[in-house]
Write a protein that binds this ligand. Structure first.
Ligand code: F6P
Length: 329
C-alpha cells in the first residue's frame, strides 16, 4: 500500500449499513481534519466486510476533492453478517493491527454503532461513530446525516404525485422508508401537506383514515395524500390499500418511494452536519476519546457514549400528527 506521509497516527474510516447522502462530505472532513493533526487516513472499502477482507486504500487530500456534493459513498458500504461473529471481528482487528490502524471512524446507523461498540470493547482500538442514516432513529442526536436529504427527496417526489392525485380525484398511499420509526414519514407528511400519516409510533385505525378521506371528499377535496411508514416491512402500503379501497368512495393508488430516498446529492444541511461530525470525530480521537458517537442536541455538538445508543431506538414524536390533521382540512 502506498505510504502517504509521516504521521502521528493512522485512522481507518469506513461506511457501514445503508448509505446516506452526506457520507462523502463526512469522509472528506475526516481526511482533511486528520491532515491538520498530521494523522494519516486509510479508507476501508465496503464497511466491516472490507475490514475482514483487508480491502483498503490510502485517502490523500486530493482523493477526497469534489465529493462533498456526491450522494452514496466513495468507499462503498455493506451489511456484514460476518462482522457480527466474534471470529469475524478478530480477523478484522488483526488486519487493522497489521496496517498500524489504531483509530477508527465508523459512519453508519444503529447496526453499525453496535458493531463499532463490540469491536472497541473486545480489542485495543479507539473507535468513534458518526450517525449516518436516513431513518434518523439513533438515540443521542437530534439529526443523523442523510435524514434531511431523504425528506427533501420524498417531498419533491410527492409534490409530483399530488398533481396527478388532484387531477383524478384519487387517494395516493405513499410508502416512505424509516424501518421501525416514523421520522421520515412525519417530516415528509407535514412538508407536503398530506392528509394523513401512518407511523409505527401510533396505533393505526383504518376507520379514522376512512373518516378523514370521506370528510375531505364531502368538503370538495380533489385528491388526498397519505404517507405510510414502511414499518420495517417494505410493501406494507399495498396491504393497507387493499383494506382501504372497498371502504371509500374514491380511487386508491399506491407508490413505494423505496431506495430513491437514499440517493442524490446531499442537501446543504447534511453536507454541513457531515463536515462538522467528521471534524469532531477526528478531534475526539486526537483527545483519545473512544467508544462515543458524535451527536447534536439543541444545536450543541456532543459526544454520546456507545452505551447510551446500543440497543435503543429514538422514536419519532407523534405530536405533529395533530398539526398534519388540522392543516389538511
Ligand atoms: O436504514 C436505512 C434504510 O434505508 C431503511 O429505511 C430501510 O428499511 C433499509 O435501510 C433498507 O435496507 P436495504 O438497502 O438493505 O434494502
Amino acid at each position: 500500500m502506498e505510504k502517504i506521509r509521516k504521521n502521528t497516527g493512522r485512522i481507518g474510516v469506513l461506511c457501514s449499513g445503508g448509505d446516506a447522502p452526506g457520507m462523502n462530505a463526512c469522509i472528506r472532513s475526516v481526511v482533511r481534519t486528520a491532515y491538520r493533526y498530521k494523522a494519516e487516513v486509510i479508507g476501508i472499502r465496503n464497511g466491516f466486510q472490507g475490514m475482514i477482507a483487508d480491502d483498503v486504500l490510502p485517502l490523500s487530500l486530493r482523493s477526497v476533492g469534489n465529493i462533498i456534493q456526491r450522494g452514496g459513498t466513495i468507499l462503498g458500504t455493506s451489511r456484514s453478517k460476518e462482522f457480527f461473529t466474534r471470529d469475524g471481528r478478530r480477523r478484522a482487528y488483526q488486519n487493522l493491527e497489521r496496517l498500524g490502524i489504531d483509530q477508527l471512524v465508523v459512519l453508519g446507523g444503529d447496526g453499525s454503532m453496535n458493531g463499532a461498540a463490540e469491536l472497541s470493547k473486545e480489542f485495543s482500538i479507539k473507535v468513534v461513530g458518526v450517525p449516518c442514516t436516513i431513518d434518523n432513529d439513533l438515540e443521542g442526536t437530534d439529526f443523523s446525516i442523510g435524514f434531511h436529504t431523504a425528506v427533501e427527496t420524498a417531498v419533491q417526489s410527492i409534490d409530483k404525485i399530488r398533481d396527478t392525485a388532484d387531477s383524478h380525484g384519487r387517494v395516493f398511499l405513499i410508502e416512505v422508508m424509516g424501518k421501525n420509526t416514523g421520522h421520515i414519514a412525519l417530516e415528509t407528511a407535514l412538508a407536503c401537506g398530506a392528509e394523513y400519516a401512518v407511523v409505527p409510533e401510533e396505533r393505526f385505525k383504518l376507520s379514522a383514515l376512512v373518516k378523514k378521506i370521506e370528510a375531505g371528499v364531502r368538503r370538495g377535496k380533489t385528491g388526498s395524500i397519505v404517507i405510510v411508514s414502511e414499518k420495517a416491512k417494505p410493501g406494507y402500503v399495498l396491504e393497507l390499500a387493499e383494506s382501504l379501497a372497498p371502504k371509500i368512495s374514491v380511487d386508491v393508488r399506491t407508490m413505494i418511494l423505496g431506495h430513491l430516498q437514499r440517493g442524490g446529492s446531499p442537501a446543504s444541511f447534511d453536507r454541513n452536519l457531515a463536515s462538522r461530525f467528521g471534524a469532531m470525530a477526528v478531534e475526539l480521537l486526537q483527545k483519545s476519546k473512544t467508544r462515543v458517537m458524535t451527536g447534536i442536541r439543541c444545536d450543541r455538538m456532543q459526544a454520546v457514549p456507545f452505551s447510551h445508543i446500543v440497543g435503543r431506538k429514538k422514536p419519532a414524536s407523534t405530536d405533529v400528527l395533530e398539526l398534519i390533521d388540522s392543516l389538511s382540512v
